[in-house]
Design a protein around this ligand. Sequence first.
Ligand code: HEC
Ligand code: HEC
Ligand code: HEC
Ligand code: HEC
Ligand code: HEC
Length: 188
Amino acid sequence: MFFAGLAGTLLLGWIVFPYLIFRSVDQPLQFSHKTHTGDNIGLKCVDCHTYDKDGRFIGIPATKVCRPCHSEPVGTSNEDTRLVTDYVNTGREIPWVVYSRQPENVYFSHATHVRLAGLKCQSCHFGHAYTSNLRPARFSRISGYSLDIFGRTLFNVPSTPSRGMSMDDCASCHRAKGVNESCIGCHK
Ligand code: HEC
Ligand code: HEC
Ligand code: HEC
Ligand code: HEC
Ligand code: HEC
């Protein structure tokens, strides 16, 4: 009886509760990094993820970056046709969901980390750039924060393929590299 109760509580706390507090949001379109950066198409990260003339990181590319290759459907997939009819032809931007979105009070700059410190994308985003499917993004119903910016949870439940942009992750690299660790360095 006691163990059944204990097991029930653990199940509720570690598995059911996390599933209830995180809502799942599907991406508007299935995009494959693997296809686009693979041998056939062979694009580089900087072909799509660029900086503007002020040196600010643009982030996810605009639809106009896709247009040269996607003015007509090129593949046989439904997604490819939707890209042309819903976005390229209408000029609408694709409402991508950002997995690593930080809270409003955190300051983060790609220019500092990539250009100045010379870090690789993978040191923070892990294998995202090698995926062929986009998993749903998950956001806390309470804080609105993405699951990807949380630290490792107990027993790694629920598990996500990429994790590593929590405050502890940022701070541990900063500590290792001797970067200023004051609160206002990262917080606005
Ligand atoms: C054909 C253009 C294209 C190329 C080339 C490309 N990306 Fe992307 N990238 C996208 C699009 C579109 C998204 C938004 C959909 C998604 O999340 O995958 C994205 C999203 C991302 C994200 C997700 C950020 C987040 O947290 O939501 C990361 C990280 C990323 N790209 C890294 C890379 C890296 C590293 C490379 C090179 C190995 C690369 N990309 C090459 C178009 C591209
Ligand atoms: C250099 C040309 C090029 C660019 C730029 C490009 N694509 Fe593609 N894309 C292709 C080709 C070629 C295919 C067909 C690949 C295949 O079927 O093997 C494709 C396939 C796709 C598909 C179908 C997925 C699938 O697995 O069949 C989607 C969706 C897609 N691209 C989205 C995008 C988006 C979004 C952008 C802009 C951020 C983009 N592409 C930029 C060449 C490009
Ligand atoms: C030091 C860690 C780190 C490195 C290195 C890094 N990123 Fe990011 N990336 C982040 C964080 C944190 C965010 C969320 C930023 C925010 O919410 O303001 C992000 C967001 C993004 C996004 C979402 C776009 C947006 O709207 O902000 C893309 C795309 C992306 N990164 C691609 C890349 C690519 C490509 C590289 C390599 C050239 C890279 N990142 C290197 C930490 C990193
Ligand atoms: C893999 C290592 C690494 C990770 C992870 C990392 N950083 Fe950094 N960060 C650096 C380095 C190295 C510098 C110093 C760059 C320079 O000035 O050359 C830096 C600089 C900064 C600065 C400027 C600091 C100053 O006082 O000038 C801010 C702000 C910052 N990082 C925020 C963040 C945030 C927020 C995160 C987590 C989302 C993060 N960093 C994750 C390595 C990292
Ligand atoms: C290296 C960058 C960095 C430094 C230094 C840093 N933080 Fe953070 N902090 C973050 C990031 C990134 C988040 C969001 C991700 C998370 O919640 O783990 C965060 C989240 C928080 C939160 C939760 C905020 C919320 O909206 O829920 C608090 C509170 C906080 N930090 C306080 C502090 C204090 C106090 C200090 C100084 C002792 C500090 N931070 C130093 C990067 C940093």
